[in-house]
Design a binder for this molecule. Sequence first.
Ligand code: MEV
Length: 371
Amino acid sequence: QRSFIVSSPGKTILFGEHAVVYGATALAASISLRTYCRIEPNEKPEITVKMQDIETNHSFPLESLPWDIVPPKDVLHPPNTLNNEIVTALEKLLINEKNNVLNYLSMLCIIYLYLQIGSPNQGCIITINSEVPLGAGLGSSATVSVGVATCLLLFFGFIQPPKEGEDYSRHESLTLIENWSFIGECCIQGSPSGIDNAAATHGGLIAFRKSTAKTTVMKQFLTLENPLSVLITDTKQPKSTKELIQKVCRLREGSPLIVDSIFQTIDGISRSAIQALESETDVRRLREILGQLIFINQKMLEALNVSHITIDRVIDATKAIGPTKLTGAGGGGCTITLRNNDCSNEMFENAITKLNSFKNSVYDSLLGGPG
Ligand code: MEV
């Protein structure tokens, strides 16, 4: 077995978070922050996971895995839901571990993948380093799921690395990576739409829609005629995507008609954005349209009760430079701001100073980089 190093980008959801879980269209773009994963053989029959950013170093003996409940091996057709029996067995294994979101995620997806494709004797060491802030709505867990899935698929020879000069951007291996990383996402997020791991796999700008039956995914790869950058602000307010998805689910159970009509509006927002991105050649006009859509989408997310006071503060601080909305699950996490056409450098600097005074972190990121 050889060693491999892979990397995957974080993402920002431009439009459609939460509603996408219920079949609405959403738009996601990769950003310049990335997660790096390395896999190498382990002399011992163990899986070792090292995550330097969070000072984690754990080893699991392969024999402690629940091999007795392994489903039939079919690497080329990963399941699209999780086998509860396996999750319960894995949770028992992890009971004494630190309750750390990423730790939990990577363990679960690694072990699950191992059950499917690994051999009981071949150990491996996986080292993860991430530039993507953890649990901030920029898809950190998806970058880990994608990185780990890619590493394991390469390590066991199910996919091959790109050849010198080969364009890997629409390679069939990416579908396999996307589908396996979705299993990792299910471990951590409960019932995600799959948009985060799709964005971390393919990069670029993606219009994404999942049928409510959760069996078919529609993906459209959009090309940006002009580079589009956004200001990303990390409110540093921790949140749990899983809990926020459940919160929206409860709201919908209580008021299905109203919540479904909000989802429909959000779907319309995403579709209008796609239309503008595909047909508007005047960049100033494009910014204007996207800006209005950002404003309305944020109002819809407030109605779904997933915004947060820390997000309101960022919206206020960035008012002079352009419209801001939360990105990802909300409840804190990150926001994105699209600069207005008439935003001067001075206005921009003033907003940054204000954001820094709240101890927020700010990143200026170009959208739609490589997967
Ligand atoms: C999280 O980045 C986006 C959500 O819509 C959840 C999902 O789509 O899986 C909140």
